[in-house]
Design a protein around this ligand. Structure first.
Ligand SMILES: Nc1nc2c(c(=O)[nH]1)N(C=O)[C@@H](CNc1ccc(C(=O)N[C@@H](CCC(=O)O)C(=O)O)cc1)CN2
Ligand SMILES: Nc1ncnc2c1ncn2[C@@H]1O[C@H](COP(=O)(O)OP(=O)(O)OP(=O)(O)O)[C@@H](O)[C@H]1O
Length: 223
């Protein structure tokens, strides 16, 4: 990825917790930089297989909206998954970075026109933004990130885009499945990611080895 255009720089008054988060972010990014192209491709195929298997195990198949995202190397790829979701009949949306770390959502289909984001080192569709309520009910939110601990606490790229979005989603549709999309080694021991009250925990994460489910959550949508 190129350098991000407008990410918050490290806090001017770092606390021990924010320093630890920054250090963890740095080490997870560093590890990703060494993921070989072959591993990335294998991960993309395996991850897609696990997501489709999970969706097929639900009672309602092939319907509903899935909030996914367009991966950028070295993230685990979504390039196999997205066309497979469309093929399976899902309505797929991907995020667009807006001012003040807000996300809006645009429909994705193969061949959709893309433009470089002015706010992050990413490509985004240029199509019409869909209203938040038009996405509901969401069948699944696939959440990008650098890691998640076994309690479901996630560490992302540091903008807080997804925390803001998930906070809104939890109010509107608390049972929507919130699942990360990670390499195996990025599911970290419980307590490794220090959570603040603003961090929205995930229900689990897909990895190339399968779905890791966070245990002990009441009425978890992961079953
Ligand atoms: N593919 C994808 N889309 C996404 C996210 C994401 O994490 N991944 N986001 C999640 O909120 C939002 C955008 N946020 C982002 C903000 C900063 C960087 C960034 O600074 N990247 C670094 C490090 C790359 C690396 O080595 O892993 C860079 O390019 O230097 C990436 C995404 C919305 N869309
Ligand atoms: N719901 C919210 N409302 C306002 N600010 C928030 C909210 N959630 C997170 N933030 C702020 O956003 C900043 C970045 O948060 P954090 O370090 O958790 O990002 P992240 O989850 O790693 O990033 P991303 O979601 O973009 O991948 C922090 O200053 C945090 O306080």
């Amino acid at each position: 990825m190129d350098s991000p255009a407008s990410l918050p720089k490290s806090s001017p008054n770092p606390t021990p917790a924010s320093r630890m988060k920054e250090e963890l972010r740095r080490s997870l990014r560093e590890r990703r930089r060494h993921v070989a192209a072959q591993e990335q491709q294998t991960a993309a195929a395996e991850l897609a297989r696990h997501v489709l298997t999970w969706l097929n195990s639900g009672t309602v198949r092939g319907t509903g909206c899935i909030a996914a995202y367009l991966s950028a190397p070295p993230e685990p790829g979504t390039e196999v998954l997205l066309p497979a979701l469309i093929e399976a009949g899902y309505d797929v949306v991907v995020p667009v970075c807006e001012p003040r770390y807000q996300l809006s959502w645009v429909s994705w289909q193969p061949g959709v026109e893309l433009a470089k984001s002015p706010r992050a080192p990413l490509w985004e569709p240029v199509g019409e933004r869909r209203s938040f309520t038009a996405l509901l009910p969401l069948r699944l939110v696939l959440v990008p990130g650098l890691g998640m601990d076994q309690l479901g606490n996630r560490i992302g790229q540091g903008g807080g885009y997804y925390d803001r979005f998930l906070a809104q989603l939890v109010l509107e549709q608390p049972d929507a499945a919130r699942l990360g999309y990670l390499y195996n080694e990025e599911v970290l021991p419980a307590g490794r990611v220090e959570a603040t009250p603003l961090d929205m925990p995930l229900h689990g994460a897909f990895t190339p080895s399968g779905l890791f489910k966070v245990s002990g959550q009441h009425s978890s949508p992961t079953g």
